[in-house]
Design a binder for this molecule. Structure first.
Ligand code: FAD
Length: 379
């Protein structure tokens, strides 16, 4: 009905992906059993990585394709269209990797990035705490310096995959005297370090994908700090911007449209077979179709907002969910506008502080000077 017009090069990208999926998409669906499902998803992620289809938004220097936002949209739509299974570790590909690429040292990048794309090492996020969820800056898990180590004590909650993760991207309080946004650091913790325990949170479904994580005097080498000590807040905001990207909407759009078309086909087949009691369903089938198309139109609207508000920069995957579109424009970077205007360097339009580490704006818009974002998958 309506859509983005892609360039021939972008259509070539789509054709390449379709051909690869045609040849490589698993014929079987993911097994139910958790351990088997993990092996299945690992094998799928490894195959995608070998084909160059994991972390397409990563720079080429780190094994990605340096994909533009439009290419990421094509990728997301094609994967949904093909009903491709989930990969094992989207958290690392979409949150940890881009965070290390932006804030990690070359040594950290060389050590931790290569195993991420094929899921040879899995990560969890140690962000949320029992009293620090939405208000993440209230986190209390602390780390004190002891020689060339940090010693971590405290608790985290909702940590997806912590029960089989190799590494944890952990937020800790290292500056207890500082204002709460300025005393946070970001550590990489080896999950096999003595003093780490976890307790699964069992869901109603019987599955246990999340965990409470406990740290008792866990020693972490000082070189595992990502970014500056006490400079973790901009890193959190960038990481959460990766989590809350735009691309989920393109996946959801295709899945909704697939569903509404399947429903319409079912209705048509039933009618052809002479079912006379369908009258009551007709408006509901039509309504499902209309709502799927309206959602599809909305994804285009959020894109045009995004492109208008960030015109001179490369496209970014970070935006809000459709229910809060207006907030996206308020949180526009002064740097994202024309550089020739020489606007004073401000953290962002929401908050007039000059230092990013002091920014008090909510994390949802992403770090304004962030260059590129990525696919978004809820952890
Ligand atoms: C599927 C899933 C996977 C997750 N995986 C991870 C993970 O791997 N690692 C991790 O660290 N975290 C993870 N989380 C946690 C998540 O990212 C949030 O931090 C957490 O869900 C929010 O914290 P909370 O549960 O304490 O809710 P709260 O912060 O208590 O919020 C509860 C409700 O109150 C509302 N609320 C809160 N404050 C205000 C306010 N001031 N004004 C108005 N309304 C307010 C919120 O919007 C929400 O609706 C996961 C969450 C989900 C759903």
């Amino acid at each position: 009905m309506f859509g983005v017009t892609y360039t021939p090069a972008e259509e070539g990208f789509r054709a390449e992906l379709r051909a690869w999926l045609e040849a490589n998409l698993p014929r079987a669906s993911a097994p139910e059993d958790e351990a088997e499902q993990r092996r299945f998803r690992h094998a799928w992620q490894r195959a995608l990585a070998e084909g160059g289809w994991v972390g397409i938004q990563w720079p080429r220097a780190h094994g990605g394709r340096g994909a533009s936002l439009r290419e990421q949209i094509i990728f997301t739509e094609e994967m949904a269209r093909a009903r491709a299974p989930e990969i094992l570790d989207p958290v690392s590909v979409n949150i940890v990797g881009p965070t290390l690429i932006r804030f990690g040292t070359p040594a950290q990048q060389a050590r931790w990035l290569p195993p991420i794309r094929p899921a040879d090492q899995v990560w969890c996020l140690g962000f949320s705490e029992p009293n620090a969820g939405s208000d993440l800056a209230s986190l209390r898990c602390r780390a004190r310096r002891d020689g060339d180590h940090w010693v971590v004590s405290g608790q985290k909650v909702w940590s997806s995959k912590a029960h089989f993760a190799d590494w944890c991207l952990l937020l800790v309080r290292t500056g207890p005297e500082a204002p709460k946004h300025e005393g946070i650091s970001c550590l990489v913790v080896d999950m096999r370090t003595p003093g780490i325990t976890w307790r699964p949170l069992v869901q109603l479904s019987g599955r246990s994908e999340f965990n409470q994580l406990f740290f008792e005097d866990v020693r972490v080498p000082a070189e595992n700090v990502v970014g500056a000590v006490n400079g973790g807040w901009p890193i959190i905001r960038a990481a959460l911007a990766h989590e809350r990207g735009t691309l989920w909407a393109f996946d959801f759009k295709v899945r909704l449209q697939n569903g509404s078309r399947a429903l319409a086909d079912l209705y048509r087949r039933c009618r052809e077979r002479g079912r006379a009691d369908l009258a009551a369903f007709r408006p509901r089938v039509a309504q499902a179709w209309i709502e799927a198309e309206v959602f599809g139109a909305h994804t285009l609207r959020i894109l045009s907002w995004r492109w208008r508000s960030r015109a001179p920069t490369r496209s970014s995957g970070a935006t809000r969910a459709p229910s809060t579109p207006g907030r996206g424009r308020r949180h526009t970077s002064t740097r994202a506008r024309s550089p020739s205007r020489r606007a004073p360097r401000r953290c962002c339009a929401t908050c007039s502080r000059s230092r990013p580490s002091a920014c008090r704006a909510p994390a949802e818009g992403g770090v304004p000077w962030q260059r590129e974002s990525s696919t978004a998958t809820r952890t």
